[in-house]
Design a protein around this ligand. Sequence first.
Ligand code: ADP
Ligand code: MG
Length: 250
Amino acid sequence: MKNKLLEIKNLTKTYHQLKSSTNAIDNVSFDIYDKEFVAIVGPSGCGKSTILSILAGIEEKSGGELKFNKSNIQLAYMLQKDSLFPWRNILDNCLIGLEVTNTLNEKSKNYVLNLLNTYGLSDFIYKYPDNLSGGMRQRVALIRTLAINPDILLLDEATSALDFQSRLAISDDIYRIIKNEGKAAIMVTHDINQAISMADRVIVLTKRPALVKSIYEINLTNKSTPLENRKCIEFNDYYDKIWRDLDVNI
Ligand code: ADP
Ligand code: MG
């Protein structure tokens, strides 16, 4: 039996400006299970980032309910821009979340050092972000996000600033790290291929104000790494269905 971590029920959000208001999300409901990788796709401006901002506590919801089925649940946000501080070395960049939350201690620092070692960054701990490739910087940004040991990672177009080749490579990295560390993730992406290749479920949203249009359980024969998953026979079928769902909305 899968363990439900989070229930999102009838979530709505209206942004109020001085002279107008924008109805960003209308009535969005879905659940997140333990260790599950969920991708959200939808037309540009439909309210995807708004959903993540509400989950992260950056924006207030206008209506609906968020039910966290675990006390002290931690969510951590990874953005498109890696926003690493150029004047801090890689280790110090990764420790920021712990400093801000006042949880930097021997144990938490060792956890970060372990992550950096496990995921191929041991030679770069005392280097600065400028010395790293775009893909490596994203890996650092992911480790910084993992540093506070969150239950759910929120990834907002986390790879879309990278070129296609790097995006493929870092998608494999992100997937492997998140699965190895046993985390749940909600990834917003405009890239249907990336969504199918990485996610256990893909949630398709309508155009603004967002509603859930469809949800696909991604069942691939020989499910493997995101790169390999692109070769599975079911892949194109999912692509066609999701593309059609999105296309109707344009
Ligand atoms: P997406 O991530 O799907 O591209 P967003 O969630 O960023 O969409 O935005 C959804 C809608 O809400 C857009 O029309 C956007 O202009 C509007 N919006 C987003 N953030 C704000 C804000 N802080 N104030 C007013 N309107 C906003
Ligand atoms: Mg967005």
